[in-house]
Ligand binder design. Structure first.
Ligand SMILES: Cc1cc2nc3c(=O)[nH]c(=O)nc-3n(C[C@H](O)[C@H](O)[C@H](O)COP(=O)(O)O)c2cc1C
Length: 148
């Protein structure tokens, strides 16, 4: 049976949602099923299989708006994520000292709850990367065929 991927999006202004939906198309073309969570809510997310986070940093190193509540739920409820394998695309802008901090914090938090990283975090610098979707698809290709 094809693997299922939960896509968890952290966006405030929409860039990351666009990138995540491009990625979703690519993932489905590879034969995976997906659920797209544009504002993830812990009870609605399967606690096994694969989670793919696409998370922008806002404020001064804070989570983007659509995923703030989810991160709060993880921090409060501390679910056992040992049945989760996960990957992260961190979106940010290197003009900020707290470059991609939300993605880095996501990585630390999910690992602390037992989640197993599939691949290195992809940090996308919106200051210089003119084709973030292409970067994301190239990064995806480095690991997705290995988990099929
Ligand atoms: C008010 C504001 C604060 C930001 N703070 C950070 C930051 O601390 N670190 C970082 O890497 N990027 C930061 N960024 C850059 C955003 O991550 C970047 O613009 C990204 O594309 C936003 O994604 P979104 O459209 O999905 O919300 C900030 C952007 C704005 C507008």
């Amino acid at each position: 049976m094809a693997e299922h991927i939960e896509i968890l999006v952290g966006t405030t202004a929409g860039n990351t949602e666009f990138l995540a939906s491009e990625l979703e198309t690519e993932i489905q073309q590879k034969g995976f099923t997906t659920t797209f969570h544009d504002a993830p809510n812990l009870p609605e997310v399967t606690k096994q299989g694969i989670w793919l986070f696409c998370v922008a940093t806002h404020g001064a190193g804070e989570y983007a708006e659509s995923i703030e509540g989810f991160m709060e739920q993880l921090n409060q409820e501390k679910p056992d994520l040992s049945n989760i394998k996960f990957a992260i695309i961190a979106i940010g802008d290197s003009s900020y000292d707290t470059f991609c901090q939300a993605g880095r914090d996501t990585d630390a938090l999910v690992q602390s709850l037992g989640g197993v990283p599939i691949h290195d975090v992809l940090e996308i610098d919106m200051m210089f990367d003119l084709e973030p979707e292409t970067s994301a698809i190239q990064w995806l290709a480095q690991w997705i065929d290995k988990i099929a």
